[in-house]
Design a protein around this ligand. Structure first.
Ligand SMILES: C[S@@+](CC[C@H](N)C(=O)[O-])C[C@H]1O[C@@H](n2cnc3c(N)ncnc32)[C@H](O)[C@@H]1O
Length: 211
């Protein structure tokens, strides 16, 4: 028998989401990593994007499109999600899943190193209302700095996996990625350009508002 956790109890209160369940199934059948955002945080992304009236959203790390669907669901009419993904084959799956969810016209994928695209967007003068950081952990501090530079005033920056399954609180963990996440968390908490909080549920979610 599966143990009931606080998270599984909360999940049990919600009806299944057939669109997102299907995304997870497609990810499994394509042998992609099963590391989409937790359902509770997916719902939070949709709510936050909608609550601040986001028209332009930037995602770093698409995988199979699970969080992309959550973000696109909250967009204002005429809004757009730009999603950055390293792997063409993952972006292809995400694109199909987003299209199957009826959201294809609102989402654009850019393939390759996220840092390259972020710097290009900066040069192009693009600005965004909402950011979701969910890619390679070593670059989280770099992604945060570029997100702040690309942000409209009042923009929200969300970052997933801030606990790295407990590694960030374990002093014996010294890998570069863990150290980068500790730096990211510290920046979220102390950068004077931000007001913020970090939620310790699931794998940890940072939420910051650019002043
Ligand atoms: C945790 S998964 C994203 C999950 C997705 N946000 C969701 O919740 O549905 C991380 C993704 O980041 C991508 N990624 C890793 N390094 C990257 C980089 N340097 N630039 C762009 N994407 C990268 C991976 O290929 C992977 O698809």
């Amino acid at each position: 028998m599966e143990t009931t956790t606080a998270e599984s109890y909360m999940e049990g209160l919600y009806a299944d989401d057939p669109v997102l369940e299907r995304v997870k199934e497609v990810i499994r059948t394509n042998n992609m990593p099963e590391i989409s955002i937790a359902p509770g945080y997916g719902r939070l992304l949709t709510m936050l994007v909608r609550m601040i009236g986001s028209k332009k959203v930037l995602e770093i790390g698409a995988l199979g499109g699970y969080s992309g669907i959550c973000l696109a669901r909250g967009l204002q009419a005429g809004g757009k999600l730009v999603s950055l993904e390293l792997k063409q084959e993952f972006a292809d799956v995400a694109k199909q899943n987003v299209a199957d969810a009826g959201l294809g016209e609102f989402v654009e994928y850019r393939i390759g190193e996220a840092l390259t695209h972020l710097n290009e967007l900066l040069v192009q003068g693009e600005r965004f209302d909402f950011f979701f950081i969910d890619a390679d952990k070593v670059n989280y501090p770099n992604y945060l700095e570029l997100a702040i530079q690309l942000a409209n005033p009042g923009a929200i920056i969300a970052g997933d996996n801030t606990l790295m399954r407990g590694k960030v609180v374990d002093a014996n963990q010294t890998k570069t990625s863990v150290q980068a996440m500790r730096s990211f968390n510290k920046l979220i908490a102390t950068d004077p350009r931000l007001e913020s909080t970090i939620l310790p549920a699931y794998d940890g979610l940072a939420l910051a508002r650019v002043k």
